[in-house]
Design a protein around this ligand. Structure first.
Ligand SMILES: C[S@@+](CC[C@H](N)C(=O)[O-])C[C@H]1O[C@@H](n2cnc3c(N)ncnc32)[C@H](O)[C@@H]1O
Length: 232
């Protein structure tokens, strides 16, 4: 089940969603009706797909909702900004690599089933219904160079990544400092480190494939910084 980009993309994932997404045929319809989203549903079962199309017509949103009778492993939903799922545990796990290749920041919501080791960023509960929310993280694991815009200093950033959990070190002039409070949230990468002079500095950058740019904060001053990947 996918919601691709639209003029009014679905931006709200909040309380109450867990119950709404419990029924397959209602999800794209609710997104179209409540948020004006363009929605695409993918369902293997011909009868269920036809049922969903009829419901979209009844709700007056068939111009915004497309239901494909097809296979989620064959259909291309890479342009979606929000993906909602009600599958089975094994299917969620099989779909995980495909979801992790989506654009960083894409939201994934699954009714009932989780993604194994990929822990949810949020769990929604509404009565007996439960849903899990993930934000697709940028792939930041590996080695990067990092330098400030004036080339006054540079360093080597080594990041270990397990889904949205990251850690690592920043090495400047041969001294490795641990990354403190490191996070990757969609395309945003941030961490704090203690520099050789004992000062605390914070880095916040946006990752775009094999490069990043952003700022380094020190004593209230922001300095532009940039980096590039050198090894995976
Ligand atoms: C847990 S049931 C959900 C039933 C119903 N769709 C709903 O939301 O209430 C899982 C659904 O996933 C569908 N499904 C399983 N594998 C699929 C695949 N590869 N592509 C598309 N749909 C698939 C099944 O046909 C089934 O309807």
């Amino acid at each position: 089940m996918t919601f691709p980009p639209s003029e009014n993309p679905t931006t709200k994932i909040g309380r109450g969603l867990a119950r709404r997404i419990a029924s397959f045929d209602r999800r794209p319809i609710a997104a179209a009706k409540n948020f004006g989203a363009k929605a695409v549903g993918i369902e293997y079962d011909t009868d269920l797909a036809a049922f969903a199309r009829r419901n979209a017509e009844r709700a007056g949103v068939s111009d915004k909702v497309t239901i494909i009778t097809g296979d989620i492993f064959k259909e291309d939903f890479s342009a979606a900004t929000v993906v909602t799922l009600y599958l089975l545990p094994d299917l969620n796990q099989q779909l995980r690599p495909q979801l992790l290749r989506m654009k960083p920041g894409t939201r994934v919501v699954s009714h009932l089933w989780d993604m194994g080791e990929w822990e949810p960023d949020e769990t929604l509960r509404d009565g007996d219904s439960e849903a899990f929310v993930w934000i697709v993280p940028a792939q930041v694991g590996g080695r990067w160079t990092i330098s400030d815009a004036q080339n006054r200093w540079d360093g080597v950033l080594d990041i270990m990544q397990q889904f949205q959990r990251i850690g690592g070190t920043l090495t400047i002039r041969g001294a490795a400092q641990p990354l403190l409070g490191a996070y990757v949230h969609g395309a945003l990468l941030g961490f704090t480190f203690v520099a050789l002079d004992g000062g605390v500095r914070s880095v916040r950058v946006r990752v775009d494939g094999g490069a990043f740019s952003g700022s380094l904060q020190f004593s209230g001053h922001l300095t532009p910084i940039a980096g590039a990947r050198t090894a995976n």
